[in-house]
Design a protein around this ligand. Sequence first.
Ligand code: SF4
Ligand code: SF4
Ligand code: SF4
Length: 350
Amino acid sequence: MLKKLFPTLSHLRSGVQILMLFVTVYGSVVVGHYAADKISNALPVLSCAYDMRSGGYCVLVPIQHQIHHRIGEAMVRAQQLTSQMVLPLLMTLLSFFVFFFIIGKAFCSWVCPLGTLQELIGRLGRRFGIHLRRLEGDDLGEAKRIRPVKWVLLLCLVFLLPLLAGLGVAPHSLGNPYCDICPSRVATTLLTGNTEQLALRRGGNISFALGAIANVLFGFTVVGALALRQPFCRICPMLAFNALFQRLSPLRLVKISRENCGKCRICSEACPMDIREISGEEGSKAFTEDCTLCGRCAEYCPQDGIIKMKWGPLSLFSSSRSYYRDKVRTELPDGSLKPIRFVRAVKSHD
Ligand code: SF4
Ligand code: SF4
Ligand code: SF4
């Protein structure tokens, strides 16, 4: 019977075409409009959606619709995301890099107001004969054990909590947590005669607690700096942030290997961050995450050319016996103002 109706493949195809013409043009008349809508709205044929009796319609309809409404709108939202979030962040990082490229971590020891204040207070301590406390301890060194604190503060207070507050997971009062506890905020505003930042805030328990922490840190920094060099710098998240990019600035400390180096350890003694590696290590290992590029180690190294401050290929400063001799006439490695015995020069064996 079928063979009589469709003796050839062409006949069969024509029959199917007629049937499908009926389904695509009038299909909903048979199965009902709602059922037809469910057959398919993504047919690979030009079954028209404008035909209200159609049994289904072609895939180009939802594609255009989705590109128009979903993807287009998503791209607008992405553009908003780019202009509201990515671009400001990129601009911030770009400005940071432009500055950071020039003198890198030396911003700490040459520019930071809190760093300078701590150093001035330390000098006052030496002037009044307050005993200098060093973070040395056992072989590992206390200074080394404190190092992770600044990374935890950077991660939690600068990145994580502000993000959680932005997402609405953490309270709004935790949106700016590092600024809320920063002792530099208190110190620098006090220098302008403004005492407002010392006052504890009444905006809830969290604001109150953050304000209290800021005051404790400020007190710890000011009093601690009398006996311990750069106390806040050791836990400062800014130092951790700078350390992330320290290899991107051409300004760096270079230490070459010399016989007998590591015995006098005057460089570590002069280092305001109590960095032991500067006397014990060589090459890039001597330049640790805690280094603020102050250059004191190079100033106080009594050996010619062992420690150098370099900007790219340019040597900006190099340790030398003669510089050391002049320097210790006025200031000892620990910052006190007394003469000391000269360290005997050691012959180099390059
Ligand atoms: S470590 Fe922090 S407080 Fe210390 S100088 Fe650098 S930025 Fe300033
Ligand atoms: S002061 Fe100079 S010679 Fe002495 S340990 Fe440090 S780098 Fe070596
Ligand atoms: S290692 Fe040298 S340059 Fe770095 S903080 Fe210590 S003394 Fe300053």
